[in-house]
Design a protein around this ligand. Structure first.
Ligand code: CA
Length: 220
C-alpha cells in the first residue's frame, strides 16, 4: 500500500512517515503543494495524507484541482486548523476524512484503513477469499482458520493481490505498491516474495500469468 504524505512540518512528517512504515505502508513524503502535484502525476499512490497549510500551493487548492481533474484517490486531510469553517471547506473541496493535529498515530492508521475499505467498497474490515482471510488492521493472515506468519513485505504483496482477486498485477505494479522512492529495489525481489508466499500458503494461491504478472485466483 503506497501513500503520499504532503506535510511541510519536518517533525510531524518524519513521525507519520516512520510510524506508517512500521505498519507496513510505503510512504512517500513531499513538503509542498507543487511537489505533491508532480508526485501524483506518477499515478502510483493509493491515498493522500494532506496538510492544508503548505508552501507553493495550499492543500485546499491542490485538492480542488485533483477533484476537478476527476482524480478519485481518497484524501485524508491532516490539519492544524480546527475551525469548523476550514473543515467544511476541506470536505467540500473533496476530502474524504480529516484529522486535527495533534493526533494519535493509531487513530491515523485506523482512519486510513477505514478509507481504503470504503474505497474498495467493503463494509467488513476483513478481506476474504475462499479459505484465505487477511486482516489489514492486525496484519493477520489466516488460511483455513490457521495463522500464517508473513513478513511486512509479504503481507503487503498479498494484500495488493487480494484486493482484486482474479486480476493480475505486473511486477512493476507490485514494486510500486511495495516501495517508496528512497528504497532500493533489487531486481528480483517481487519474485522472491512471491516464492516465499507460495511456500507459506501453497502454490495454488498465487498464479503466474505468463508475460502479465501475478494473481490470486478468485474463490467463492
Ligand atoms: Ca503546514
Amino acid at each position: 500500500m503506497r501513500l503520499l504524505l504532503v506535510e511541510d512540518d519536518a517533525m510531524i512528517g518524519a513521525s507519520v512517515q516512520s510510524g506508517l512504515r512500521q505498519e507496513g505502508y510505503s510512504v512517500d513524503w513531499v513538503r509542498d503543494g507543487a511537489a505533491a502535484e508532480l508526485a501524483l502525476a506518477g499515478g502510483v499512490h493509493e491515498m493522500i495524507l494532506l496538510d492544508l497549510g503548505l508552501p507553493k500551493k495550499s492543500g485546499l487548492e491542490l485538492l480542488a484541482g485533483l477533484r476537478r481533474r476527476g482524480l478519485a484517490l481518497p484524501v485524508l486531510v491532516i490539519t492544524a486548523r480546527d475551525a469548523v469553517a476550514d473543515r467544511v471547506k476541506g470536505l467540500d473541496a473533496g476530502a474524504d476524512d480529516y484529522l486535527v493535529k495533534p493526533f494519535d498515530l493509531d487513530e491515523l492508521s485506523a482512519r486510513i484503513r477505514a478509507l481504503l475499505r470504503r474505497q474498495a467498497g467493503r463494509a467488513s474490515p476483513l478481506i476474504e477469499n475462499g479459505a484465505l482471510t487477511l486482516n489489514p488492521a492486525t496484519h493477520e493472515v489466516l488460511l483455513h482458520g490457521a495463522p500464517v506468519n508473513l513478513s511486512a513485505r509479504e503481507f503487503a504483496l498479498l494484500h495488493a493481490l487480494l484486493e482484486q482477486p482474479g486480476v493480475p498485477l505486473s511486477r512493476t505494479q507490485l514494486e510500486d505498491r511495495l516501495y517508496g522512492w528512497e528504497e532500493e529495489i533489487e531486481s528480483n525481489t517481487v519474485e522472491v516474495y512471491i516464492h516465499s508466499l507460495r511456500r507459506k500458503l501453497g502454490a495454488e494461491w498465487i498464479r503466474n500469468v505468463r508475460g502479465v504478472g501475478y494473481l490470486v485466483p478468485q474463490q467463492s
